[in-house]
Design a protein around this ligand. Structure first.
Ligand code: NAD
Length: 416
């Protein structure tokens, strides 16, 4: 089945809520069109002496509620429509958890797995310089996403600072701690996912200690979610996968040994004592909780009927199509939507930005407490709205988030 266009999915989600809220067409146009879309083509010297021209994007969806905020993705499949969708989802995500940001996202079309560290550094620095006119700590703050990490953020921060002539830590979040990064940022998205799963289990009367979990994706979000769900909720992780496939062990996977295996072989596949499965099979396994934590568009009308989990917790952005949402809702499966479920990342990014602006840093305990409070409160609000309006949790989260953005837009007025 052809993968759905993420921007079309993002538009249809807003239109759906627009109908429920009775928004007029002008407001829907404002909400579905990114404020600014920046495309850059730039040359990079490769290790073999050749020059390669890369294409990158930075899309700023909304500044209605504050500066723009969003990650940067390095992937061969990056498209402008994907970045548009991701920037929109950031706007709703920040509004869902009450952060004073609008959404943005960036991406570079490249295959980071085939590039050396030097090539990645030169590409990152040039991309940063190309988008420098529209980013900054009060304009648009970047963060890690697929195949970018704390090192990438350090290069962006340094490059931006060289242009400014002084250090500007607040232009990126997800930095190394000694460069102004925050305690707890590395695991923040997964910690938020874990808090949401805890709350979803609570409202569904599920005992975490007797629950099983399947996770698609074993990167920053998937790996940390596996560890936190096991260590802090006592859940059994029965399956995980990465880009080359997955492994299944109903008795529970030894996560430390699995990480060592992936480090040694480059993949989770072939792990001793576990059965190799495909990425599609991971989604359809017998388990209590399914965590898609890789890329968008993996749960659609074709496989939504086959999902056996009672809770789907979206670690990834946009993993579920609108048709699949309807099928899962009709089947009584609790889906915790991305704009709530993975908002822990941007929440601790917000903490990092606040700390950078104040040059005052918080303890790991304080970060966890504040994150727990924000996620628990947001979950309760979205869940209560879903129940009272008899809609799925995504629609409920969108109702709350879109209302916030509409309110800000109306109060500010249409310039001039
Ligand atoms: P990552 O680069 O650390 O990991 C991505 C993982 O996905 C890897 O394990 C990779 O092997 C796997 N993968 C890639 N292609 C795949 C495929 N076709 N099938 C199955 N697995 C595949 O990225 P990440 O930061 O963990 O991001 C994962 C998802 O979470 C993305 O949707 C991202 O937008 C979302 N997200 C990330 C953050 C964050 O703070 N990092 C915050 C919110 C949402």
């Amino acid at each position: 089945m052809e993968k759905s266009n993420p921007y079309q999915v993002a538009i249809s989600q807003v239109r759906n809520v627009g109908r429920i809220l009775g928004l007029d067409e002008g407001m829907i146009e404002i909400l579905t069109k990114p404020k600014r879309e920046f495309t850059v083509n730039f040359p990079v010297k490769m290790d073999d002496g050749s020059i390669k021209v890369f294409t990158g994007y930075r899309v700023q969806h909304s500044i209605a509620r504050g500066p723009c905020k969003g990650g940067v993705r390095y992937h061969p499949g990056v498209t402008l429509d994907e970045v548009r969708a991701l920037s929109m989802w950031m706007t709703w995500k920040c509004a869902t958890v009450g952060l004073p940001f609008g959404g943005a996202k960036g991406g570079v079309i490249c295959d980071p797995k085939k590039m050396s560290k030097g090539e990645l550094e030169r590409m990152t620095r040039r991309f940063t310089t190309e988008i420098a006119p529209i980013i900054g700590p009060h304009e648009d703050i970047l963060a890690p996403d697929v195949y970018t990490d704390a090192q990438t953020m350090a290069w962006i921060m340094d490059t931006y600072s060289m242009g400014a002539g002084y250090s500007v830590p607040g232009v990126v979040t997800g930095k190394p701690i000694h460069l102004g990064g925050s305690e707890g940022r590395e695991e923040a998205t997964s910690r938020g996912v874990m808090y949401c799963i805890r709350e979803a289990m609570n409202v569904n009367d599920i005992d975490p200690q007797r629950s099983t979990v399947a996770i698609q994706g074993f990167g920053n979000v998937g790996k940390n979610a596996a560890r936190l769900l096991k260590d802090e909720l006592g859940a059994r992780i029965v399956a995980v996968s990465d880009s080359s496939g997955g492994v299944h062990d109903p008795a529970g996977l030894d996560l430390e040994a699995l990480e060592a295996h992936k480090k040694a072989t480059g993949s989770v596949k072939g792990f001793k004592g576990a059965r190799d499965i495909t990425n599609e099979e991971v989604l359809e396994l017998e388990c209590t909780v399914l965590v898609p934590a890789a890329l968008e568009g993996v749960i659609d009308a074709g496989n939504a009927g086959k999902i056996k989990a009672r809770i789907v917790a979206e670690g990834a952005n946009g993993p579920t199509s609108p048709e699949a949402d309807r099928i899962l809702f009709e089947r009584g499966i609790t889906l915790v939507p991305d704009i709530l479920c993975n908002a822990g990342g941007v929440t601790v990014s917000y903490f990092e930005w606040v700390q950078d602006l104040q040059y005052l840093f918080w303890s790991a305990g304080e970060i966890k407490n504040r994150l727990n409070q924000i996620m628990t409160y947001a979950f309760a609000k979205v869940y209560a709205t879903a129940r009272s309006r008899n809609v799925d949790m995504r629609t409920a989260a969108y109702i709350l988030a879109v209302q916030e953005v509409v309110k800000a837009t109306k109060e500010r007025g249409i310039y001039p």
